[in-house]
Design a protein around this ligand. Structure first.
Ligand code: ATP
Ligand code: MG
Ligand code: FE
Length: 347
């Protein structure tokens, strides 16, 4: 069965195609993404109206490319999955409207799915089914959460989350302080490779003995970096950009991996999945690999291309729902910009 996935929650228009085997196996056949990130760069963040318009223009061409790559036609499609939330209201509407149009015209079942479940499901396209239960560390531009994943077709529970900025948001804000381009993750990652992560002791938020065990805070870290740079500038000193980037990156990776491993140990589990845009970070995956190996934990991180937003991960959630014989969503499917991760599907 061929499952089509449509993604438009933020600034990437994605169409992915997954073949669901009779045995539940999933094969990725196409993963086409058109990004409007360059149109947002000069604003230092995604401009919702610009993103919606870009989705409108990119949707049909991206669909055509995905079908072409997979050498399939719309007639081969068994069902259609689409991101129904969370995300930007106008951006979500473009994808959901397109998905409804395809579902109605082709008379195929429609599944309105959760974008965050999609980030976790992306890993199953690369490494196969997830052991149940396992812990997922979801770190993206808008979210930073620790999840207990029992079933990608239905049971995902949040066990911790950021109380202020998301990890990706901290990257984007620190990049601005360092005069690096938006989005900040990739340039900081690159610059940090030439710096010393131990050079500056930036704060590790919420790691005191009385702090919530599985929650994160990155707003204080971002402010600490900005203050440190300001003070150096005021004193007329040179800013060691690579050391600042590496030390900031070390603080983020240290807290994220430390709390994720603690959760796995507390729950008596053995597998950690890291996903979302920040999972593409080389130090985060490197430190997680070191610490997981030391603790006897299996680490799964999808390749960077599957970490950032794409349609394939939405097709993967759709395929899990189809495999579980889930009820399809109605053609009156609504979007929910604030959809919680515990709700994998909107009916
Ligand atoms: P959400 O999934 O929460 O709705 P989003 O879809 O905008 O948010 P993603 O596309 O998953 O988020 O991730 C984008 C974020 O990932 C950006 O903040 C970007 O800076 C960050 N990012 C991308 N590559 C890297 C990297 N190598 N290191 C660190 N951060 C990165
Ligand atoms: Mg994006
Ligand atoms: Fe995302």
């Amino acid at each position: 069965r061929i499952v089509l996935g449509i993604e438009s929650s933020c600034d990437e228009t994605g169409v992915g195609i997954v073949r669901l085997g009779a045995d539940g196996s999933m094969e990725l056949l196409a993963d086409e993404v058109a990004s409007s990130v360059e149109q947002h760069a000069r604003f230092g963040g995604v401009v919702p109206e610009v993103a919606s318009r870009a989705h409108l223009e990119a949707m049909v061409p991206t669909m055509s490319r995905a079908l072409e790559k997979s050498e399939l036609t719309l007639d081969d499609v068994h069902s259609i999955a689409v991101t129904a939330g969370p995300g930007l209201a106008g951006a979500l509407l473009v994808g959901v409207s397109a998905a409804k149009a395809y579902a109605a015209a082709l008379d195929k079942p429609l599944y309105g799915v959760n974008h965050l479940a999609g980030h976790v499901a992306a890993d199953t396209l690369e490494h196969g089914p997830l052991p149940s239960p396992c812990v997922a560390l979801l770190v993206s531009g808008g979210h930073s959460q620790l999840l207990l994943v029992e079933d990608l077709a239905g049971k995902i529970t949040e066990i911790g989350s950021t109380i202020d900025d998301a990890a990706g948001e901290a990257y984007d804000k620190v990049a601005r302080v360092l005069d690096l381009p938006y989005p900040g993750g990739p340039p900081i990652d690159k610059l940090a490779k030439t710096g010393n992560g131990c050079a500056i002791a930036f704060p590790r938020g919420l790691t005191g003995p009385r702090d919530a065990k599985y929650d994160f805070s990155f707003s204080g870290l971002k402010t600490a970096v900005a203050r440190w740079v300001e003070n150096r500038e005021r004193d007329g000193l040179e800013i060691p950009l690579a050391d600042v980037a590496a030390s900031f990156q070390e603080a983020v990776a240290d807290v994220l991996t430390g709390k994720a491993i603690r959760a796995i140990k507390d729950l008596g589990l053995d597998t950690l999945v890291i996903s979302g845009g920040v999972a593409a970070n080389s130090r985060l995956s490197g430190l997680a690999a070191e610490r997981c190996a030391a603790a006897g934990i299996t680490l799964r991180v999808p390749r960077p291309r599957l970490c950032t937003d794409n349609g394939a991960m939405i097709a993967a959630v759709g395929a899990h729902l189809v495999a579980a014989d889930a009820e399809p969503s109605g053609l009156d499917l609504a979007t929910d910009p604030g959809l919680p991760v515990s709700q994998v599907q909107i009916l």
